[in-house]
Design a protein around this ligand. Structure first.
Ligand SMILES: [Zn+2]
Length: 292
C-alpha cells in the first residue's frame, strides 16, 4: 500500500495573487511510514519543535518583532521566546491605544501563527526546513506528483484550477500504482471548502475514470486530516510551497533538494507538470517534463 499526502500552495481564484496554484502529493510506502515519521519528529525536536506543525510559509517569513530585539541571535531559546512575547505584547498595546479593532485582531492572528517558532532565528527556521527536505529527499521510495497551474494561462472550461490539478495528480498517482502493481490511498489536508468537491470528484473518477485513465489501484475517496497533526501533510505543504516559490521567485534552496523525488519514467519527469496551456515555457520543470 502506498500513501499519497496532498496539499496545495496558492489559491485557485484566477484573479487573486499569487501567480500559480500548486497541488502536490508526496507518496510514501505505508510500511515505511512509522520510520520516516519518527525521523521527521527527531529533526523537529532538534529545533525545539516537538509536536509543532511545520508550516513553511509562516516559518520562512521574517518576524519584525525578532528583528527589533538587539543581538537576538545571541540569546538562548528561552530568552528569545520571552523577548519576542514582550515585543508582541507591546505592539498589541500600541495598536490597542490606536483603537483599530480590525488591525488588533489581524495582528493577534498573525502573532499566534508564528508563536511556535519565535525561539528560532530566521536562519535557523530556514535550516530546519532544509534539514526536513533533505531527510525526505534521502528516502529513495518517496515520490512527488504535482501540478503547477499558471493562472493567467488557465483556459479549461467548466473546471476550476483545483479540479484540473486534482485530476492530474490522481491520474499520475494511478499510473504509478499500475506500473508497480500496488494499491494506493490519498490523504488530503482538511479544507472544508474543497473536501466535499474532491470527494464527489473522486467518486466520479472511480466510476468513469479521469480524463486520461481508469482508476483501478487507488482505493477509497481521499481521507481528510488535520495538517497540524500530520507530519507527512506538512512535508507536502513544504514541497508545494517550495515549488511555487521556485516558479515565481526563483527561490531554489528547498526545491533543489526535493526535486529529485519527482516521479520519472525513462528520464522524463512524468510526475509533475507546469500548466501554461498553449504558451511556450522553457522553465526547468517544462524541460524535465518533456515539453519542447
Ligand atoms: Zn514551465
Amino acid at each position: 500500500m502506498l500513501i499519497l499526502y496532498i496539499d496545495e500552495s496558492g489559491v485557485e481564484e484566477l484573479k487573486a495573487p499569487p501567480e500559480h496554484f500548486v497541488l502536490l502529493g508526496v507518496m510514501i510506502p505505508a510500511d515505511q511510514w512509522k520510520r520516516l515519521d519518527g525521523f521527521l519528529d527527531r529533526k523537529k525536536a532538534k529545533y525545539g519543535l516537538e509536536g509543532v506543525e511545520i508550516h513553511t510559509a509562516w516559518m520562512t517569513r521574517r518576524y519584525a518583532e525578532q528583528e527589533s530585539i538587539p543581538d537576538f541571535e545571541k540569546l538562548d531559546r528561552n530568552a528569545r521566546r520571552a523577548a519576542v512575547t514582550t515585543a508582541i505584547r507591546q505592539r498589541a498595546g500600541v495598536l490597542g491605544v490606536q483603537g483599530n479593532s480590525k488591525k488588533i485582531k489581524s495582528y493577534r492572528r498573525q502573532s499566534k501563527t508564528i508563536e511556535p517558532y519565535i525561539h528560532l532565528t530566521h536562519d535557523e527556521r530556514l535550516k530546519c526546513l532544509e534539514d526536513l527536505a533533505r531527510e525526505l529527499a534521502s528516502w529513495g521510495t518517496v515520490r512527488i506528483f504535482g501540478e503547477a497551474i499558471s493562472k493567467r494561462d488557465f483556459s479549461v472550461r467548466n473546471k476550476t484550477p483545483y479540479e484540473v490539478a486534482f485530476e492530474q495528480v490522481m491520474t499520475r498517482f494511478e499510473a504509478y500504482l499500475a506500473q508497480v502493481k500496488e494499491s494506493g490511498i490519498v490523504v488530503h489536508d482538511n479544507n472544508t471548502t474543497v473536501a466535499p468537491r474532491l470527494t464527489k470528484l473522486s467518486r466520479k473518477f472511480h466510476q468513469q475514470g479521469t480524463l486520461y485513465r481508469r482508476i483501478r489501484n487507488i482505493v477509497e475517496t481521499p481521507l481528510f486530516v488535520d495538517s497540524a497533526l500530520t507530519s507527512m501533510i506538512q512535508m507536502a505543504d513544504m514541497c508545494a510551497f517550495a515549488l511555487r516559490r521556485f516558479l515565481e521567485n526563483n527561490e531554489t534552496t528547498l526545491w533543489d533538494i526535493v526535486e529529485q523525488r519527482v516521479d520519472r519514467k525513462n528520464g522524463v519527469a512524468v510526475g509533475l507538470r507546469h500548466y501554461t496551456a498553449g504558451r511556450r515555457c522553457q522553465c526547468r520543470l517544462c524541460v524535465a517534463h518533456g515539453r519542447r
